[in-house]
Ligand binder design. Structure first.
Ligand SMILES: NC(=O)c1ccc[n+]([C@@H]2O[C@H](COP(=O)([O-])OP(=O)(O)OC[C@H]3O[C@@H](n4cnc5c(N)ncnc54)[C@H](O)[C@@H]3O)[C@@H](O)[C@H]2O)c1
Length: 273
């Protein structure tokens, strides 16, 4: 699908990857780009910037709040006549305000908040826009998961688990609705600068091993994949090799991840000394 002439909504569009997507969708000639984010001021900044070339609007929105998110999406459908592309990109590292580490022992509140933002928000958005898209014979449902959604996340069970669920949901929408003209893509990057990764240290933590991508590189990958209507978007190509290794020998892959975790624990211990 080409973005030109489309009505596109991006959640988490006020910063980072989401902001880059809003700017790129506008540059590609989208008819309107709507920025949704918890940070209303930053969402308005992005919308104001792109409104020089494209219709743009910003909404302060907590995507974990179903009534708020679906109410805004309904208003957009009413005002613009349709939503052609929804990009559920808003996400959190661990939802504990620390932006990173949350093992299996994280509190239920942390698990619940992360579940709502990283997974349920994708469900709420899809549930709202799918009927209109199906009636019109097409639409694009895209989302940002993470390489952690296919390979897991050393140091954060909460992140790895919820991002796997986000990938599972995207797969399911593609399977259930592909025959009705619905295109689906899921973005699964490793480390991306600048914000979320800034919490993981200078080298991007474990996920920075294959280099830290810029948000513009990620936007390039997204545009190419959407143009080709490809499901899996991997800005770090190494991820495909790791996925193949994982599926070809699960136990060997778990052993490799255990060794990688031990190496990083050792490295952070020696950095602290
Ligand atoms: N940065 C990375 O290294 C990396 C790697 C893989 C995947 N991701 C994923 O990419 C997506 C974007 O992350 P980013 O790196 O651009 O981070 P970021 O912090 O720069 O941007 C995330 C945006 O989401 C918004 N947001 C958070 N919770 C929200 C909520 N409840 N409702 C509405 N908006 C909310 C934030 O305000 C922020 O503007 C996330 O889903 C993240 O998990 C990031």
């Amino acid at each position: 699908m080409k973005l030109a002439g489309k009505i596109a909504v991006v959640t988490g569009g006020a910063n980072g990857i989401g902001e880059a997507l809003c700017r790129r969708f506008a540059a590609e000639g989208a008819e309107a780009v709507i920025v949704l984010d918890l940070e209303q001021d930053n969402a308005e900044r992005v919308a104001a910037d792109i409104s020089t070339t494209t219709r743009a609007e910003a909404f302060g929105c907590d995507v974990a709040n179903e009534a708020q998110l679906t109410g805004i999406l309904r208003d957009i459908e009413a005002k613009y006549g349709r939503i052609d592309v929804i990009f559920s990109n808003a996400g959190v590292g661990s939802a504990d305000g620390e932006g990173g580490i949350a093992g299996p022992g994280a509190t239920s509140d942390v698990w619940q908040r992360c579940w709502e933002i990283n997974v349920m928000a994708h469900v709420y958005a899809a549930r709202q826009v799918l009927p209109g898209m199906i009636a019109r014979g097409g639409g694009y449902i895209a989302s940002t998961a993470s390489a952690a959604g296919v390979l897991n996340q050393i140091g954060s069970s909460v992140y790895g688990t919820t991002k796997h669920a986000a990938v599972g949901f995207a797969e399911s929408v593609a399977i259930e609705h592909g025959g009705q003209g619905i295109k689906v893509s899921v973005l699964c990057p490793q480390a991306v600068a600048p914000r979320m990764i800034a919490n993981a240290g200078d080298e991007g933590g474990v996920q920075g091993g294959d280099g830290i991508a810029t948000v513009d590189q990620v936007a390039d990958s997204v545009l190419k994949a959407m143009d080709e209507e490809k499901f899996m978007i991997l800005p770090h190509e190494e991820v495909l090799v790791y996925m193949q290794r994982k599926t070809s020998d699960y136990d060997r892959w778990i052993g490799g991840m255990q060794r990688l975790k031990a190496r990083f624990q050792q490295r952070s211990k020696s950095q602290q000394q």
